[in-house]
Design a protein around this ligand. Structure first.
Ligand SMILES: [Zn+2]
Length: 357
């Protein structure tokens, strides 16, 4: 089993901050080719690999990018945990998952086991959901798994996840000299008008709306022509999400019209919300497999997104499960080595025993 830790260390010690995944992607590509598989690396450095040729495969997904500080990572072993030297993360989010999947594939192929799986390793999960650019028509599976989250627990499982979209807004008026305001259209007036029409913060109990970046104007003596706003809207209830989004657009348009200004709104979907049906056949099978491993899954609502959101959105019933990692995105990020072995054993059981149809 030391090989699992060694494989993780190899992956972790290849820098792969979001958008810079090429080296780690090449490593995975070669790892799979060495097993005589036929992986595909797409133009964004995502890796897809079909193993087996029976109908009804299952999908195993993980992301290969990390957050900062994620350069020159050293993985150390301390008191039974894998830890960093204190100056970086260890990229256990999500490389323990990636390592456990790769390790298991190699193990089962070496043991001549029949596999019927698809692998998809995605990029930019931490920044702008690169998986959305994957040619998803390739995916045959109707059920998928990703181990990404859970605050150190393997029994965690995201039953419900929020919808999250970023937005970019441009308010366009007309500049004029400050001494002749009547000749211009002041973009700031649109923003001030908007202020009374929307609720920033928590528009309702399920949702948050934030404008985080505000830029505009060109000079102290010029009526501002352009204001740019960027922010995000998130909600655990899709109907709330859609209503707030629509109201926000209407408020913007009406505010602009009042001053004869124009407004452009661009929405950038980041995470797709979902709610899994725990009574589905696949959910029941999953609970059974975990039970056989001595783990009772605890379903929870999560506040953060994952690739499971997009995969569910395109019709693949995808379960986001606990990866056993503590303090993700922090320099204290760590995983207990025993937990890591357990994660591998769960993944092995799913590859061997999850009967999909
Ligand atoms: Zn992650």
């Amino acid at each position: 089993m030391e090989d699992l830790v060694r494989l993780f260390k190899n992956l972790a010690q290849i820098d792969s901050v979001s958008s810079e995944e090429k080296s780690v992607s090449d490593y995975i590509l070669n790892f799979l080719k060495d097993l005589r598989l036929t992986p595909i690396q797409d133009g964004n450095n995502m890796i897809y690999c079909r193993i087996g040729d029976q109908p009804h495969p299952i999908l195993l997904n993980g992301h290969i990018d990390t957050v900062e500080p994620g350069r020159d990572i050293q993985v150390l072993e301390k008191d039974g945990f894998l830890v960093s030297n204190g100056s970086t993360i260890i990229g256990a989010d999500n490389k323990v998952n990636v390592a456990a999947i790769l390790f298991t594939i190699k193990k089962l192929i070496t043991e001549n086991k029949d596999l019927n799986v698809e692998l998809l390793f995605s990029v930019r999960e931490e920044t702008d959901s690169g998986i959305q650019q994957f040619d998803s028509k390739r995916i045959e599976s109707k059920v998928g798994f990703v181990w990404d989250g859970g605050k150190g627990s393997l029994s965690w499982f995201a039953k419900k996840a929020p919808t999250l979209e970023d937005f970019k807004i441009e308010i366009i008026g007309k500049s004029s000299h400050a001494s002749r305001p009547e000749q211009g259209i002041n973009a700031l007036n649109v923003l001030l008008e908007l202020k009374d029409k929307i609720t920033l913060g928590s528009p309702d109990e399920f949702s948050t709306l934030n404008i985080g970046l505000i830029n505009g104007g060109s000079a102290t003596n010029t009526v501002p022509e352009r204001i740019k706003l960027e922010g995000d809207l998130r909600s655990t209830e899709i109907t709330s999400f859609q209503k707030i989004k629509k109201d926000f657009e209407i408020a913007l348009t009406e505010s602009a019209e009042k001053f004869n200004a124009r407004v452009n709104i661009k929405w950038l979907p980041y995470a797709y919300g979902y709610e899994l049906d725990l009574t589905s056949k696949n959910a029941q099978r999953l609970l059974e497999i975990y039970k056989s491993q001595g783990i009772e899954l605890n379903s929870e609502e999560t506040r953060s997104g994952s690739d499971a959101g997009f995969l569910n959105h395109i019709g693949i019933e995808t379960f986001c499960l606990g990866d056993g990692v503590f303090d993700t995105h922090a320099v204290t990020e760590r995983i207990n080595i025993e937990t890591f072995y357990k994660l591998q054993s769960i993944i092995e059981n799913i590859m061997l025993n999850f009967q999909n149809d």
